[in-house]
Structures are given as structure tokens and as C-alpha cells.
Design a protein around this ligand. Sequence first.
Ligand code: MTE
Length: 326
Amino acid sequence: MLIKRSPNGIDLPYSSEITPREVFEARRDFIRKMAVGSIAGTALFEMANRAAFAQNAGAQKLAANLNSAYALVEKKTAYKDATTYNNFYEFGTDKADPAVTAHTLKPRPWSVSIEGEVKKPMTLDLDSLMKLAPLEERIYRLRCVEGWSMVIPWTGYSLSNLIKKVEPTGNAKYIEFVTLEDKKQMPGLRSPVLEWPYVEGLRMDEANHPLALLTFGMYGEVLPNQNGAPVRMVLPWKYGFKSAKSIVKIRFVKDQPRTAWNIAAPSEYGFYSNVNPDVDHPRWSQATERRIGEDGLFARKRKTLMFNGYSEVASLYSGMDLKKFF
Ligand code: MTE
């Protein structure tokens, strides 16, 4: 997903396909520990599937009413695909890694501190945070910057409920989401793939848009660890990497936050990162996408929609040159 500068100053492209040595070695070490003998790629993927199901066997149900205003009428991505094909670099850089390794994450007890430019800073434990507003089920498209997409039923409430509660001061122009950084729970932190902790951010008006969902569950159950338990953001009009997982801090700030992928490769990953078929990533087109699970895992190409089809956010960006503010 990013360009890594090598020690001799040459830009090295890498992604899940081109793996940096430290990541490769960490993964090799992990595989060595996980099994005696060698495990082929397919076997590892099978293990990922099993681990995902094992983790969610007996997963806690999360009751919520479907909000029909946000219930996309499209075929949902299979639970198995959504929980075994993940980006969560704290648990490894391969899509199959998080489902295998994220069992070490402890989603309870958990608390989130809300701080910065607010009149009422607070630290809420998970139960208090979940009770802050009625939980809703919403079915959203998720479009990753890498060119794939899914349709997922999420459970949560609009972040605006929380924003109202803490009463931002006039200085609060942006919100920063800081995610967990704990080497004991997250084996991927040993690799300097990104600057840790993973941080994301939004402008205040974006954060207040009703689509911005503070999310605790998916498919009617609590979030599996690999999908960002126990609390994450979901921002369906933006590329998936804006949706920070396993949030521990929400900070209201004056200046635009530095964000994980923007720090890693500013020319490739902008602060806004709205889904936009007219603004290509420097290394690939964003005009089309492959829907995971459709006609085989990677088969068909669909047209990508402006703002991922969520045209109601357009007014947030009126007058802005979205090629410049990509
Ligand atoms: N949040 C954290 N903390 N770490 C990550 O590596 N990856 C992002 C985002 N949130 C990431 C993260 C990316 S690139 C994507 S596409 C989505 O999570 C993937 O969410 P999913 O695995 O639930 O599909």
C-alpha cells in the first residue's frame, strides 16, 4: 500500500505483494512458531478462516434496529470474506494475517479517552460509550484504496452523538483518532511499516456528518478482533484506511492531524481520501473496483462511484479542488 524509502534513498514500492524484509521475517518467525514444519499459502489461509470462526464462535450478539435510511440494497459480502481478508497492520501486512494473529487483542476491559478542545473531557469505559446513543444497524459500502470493495452491515451510532456530549470549544477544527499501540497484544508493531500508533483524522464537519459511524459491531455481533474490536470508525465515503480500528483516544484539535498513511507516503495518501474515480492513485487507477466475493474473489470490475455513492457528503467539499485536496 505504500512507498518505503530504502536506506540508500531509493523508493521501494511494496504492498502485500512486495513485502519488506522485516515484515517478511516477522511473518516467517510467526509461521515457524505457529506450526512445526512448513505451511503453504493455502494452508495459512485455511488457518486464517478457522481462526476467524473460532474467534467468533459464540460471539456476543449486538441488538440494534436497522436504520432504513442507511441500509444499502446490495448483496452483502460473506461474513467469511469480511473477517479473513483484512487490513490491520498491527497484526501483520498480509490480508490473511489479522484473522490468525488478532486473538491476542483484548477488547475488554477497554476505555476511550475524549480530550483536547472540549468543555467536557471524559474517559468512558466500553459499556458507557456503547450506551451513549441507541445502536443502529447500517449497511454500507466499504471501498479500499487498493481497489477492492465490500458491503458490510455495521452496528453503531453517528459519531455526532459523542461530539455533542463533550461540547467542543470554538478551537476544535479537527478530530484525531488514536488507536491502540501495545506490543504485547499486537505482533505487527515490531515492524516499522507505519509510524505507530495508527492515527487518523477528520475535519469537524466531516466528523459531524450523520454517515460517520462510531462502530461496535458487524453482522449483528460485536466486532471480531481483526475488524477493529472493540470500537472503530466507519466512513463509507472515504477510502477504508480512514476508518481507524481499535480506538483508544479521540482528540479534538486546532490543526489538521498527522495521519498514519499520509506520514508514510504523502504523495499517495491525502488527508481527505474521499473515494474519487477521477483522481487516480499514483500507481493505479481508481476508476473501477473488484467486489470481494463476486464471481470469484477478484473477478469482476465495477465502476467506482464518486464518494463511493454517498453523494449527500458532496456539500462538505463545495468549492474545494478535490484533485489538490485528495
Ligand atoms: N486501523 C488500524 N488501527 N490499523 C490498520 O492497519 N487499516 C485500515 C483501516 N483501519 C488499519 C486500520 C485499512 S487500510 C482498511 S481498508 C480498513 O481498516 C479495513 O477494515 P476491515 O479489515 O474491517 O475491512
